[in-house]
Ligand binder design. Structure first.
Ligand code: 4NP
Length: 157
């Protein structure tokens, strides 16, 4: 079974997608999975995750300080098997870069993986307080649990 490659995408790649990357990595155990993250915008390229994302991850035993923001690039469509976006704006920004149906079909709203949360966006916490980051952390934990199970089932077959 080949390595499963998952890319988490948000706008800045400093708040939501670094948490999504860190949380999923914390759950993959011995599965053959590569996880990365990127932003559709370039404002924060090269930067550490937001201090509030670092803090909520750390509180939950996850270190995301090895991450640096990068911009989503066209090659990502071919490199990754699953491209998870956080909200509808991210979805539009990524989909409009896709050239083929195969590329488009890799792109999914991350909360669509969770029953009862389909179509829900992970809200951008950048201009809010710490509670927004807690909320993002909790939402992404739900999604990561489903994603890791999905990958584990695939590896079993
Ligand atoms: P993210 O949050 O997309 O979850 O990383 C944001 C970070 C920065 C900005 C917007 C959203 N910004 O406009 O700089």
């Amino acid at each position: 079974m080949a390595t499963t490659k998952v890319l988490m995408v948000c706008l800045g790649n400093i708040c939501r997608s670094p948490l999504a990357e860190g949380i999923l990595k914390s759950k993959i155990q011995n599965l053959d999975v590569v996880v990365d993250s990127a932003g559709t915008g370039a404002y924060h390229v090269g930067n550490l995750p937001d201090a509030r994302s670092i803090a909520v991850a750390k509180k939950n035993g996850i270190d995301i300080t090895d991450q640096r923001a990068r911009k989503f690039e066209l090659d990502d469509f071919d490199t990754f098997d699953f491209i998870y976006v956080m909200d509808k704006a991210n979805y539009q920004n990524v989909i409009r870069l896709a050239k083929t149906d195969a590329q488009k079909s890799k792109v999914k709203m991350i909360m669509d993986e969770v029953d009862l949360q389909k179509g829900i966006s992970v809200p951008d916490p950048y201009y809010g307080g710490d509670q927004g980051f807690e909320n993002v952390y909790n939402m992404l934990t739900l999604a990561a649990d489903v994603i890791v199970n999905k990958i584990a089932n695939k590896h079993e077959r």
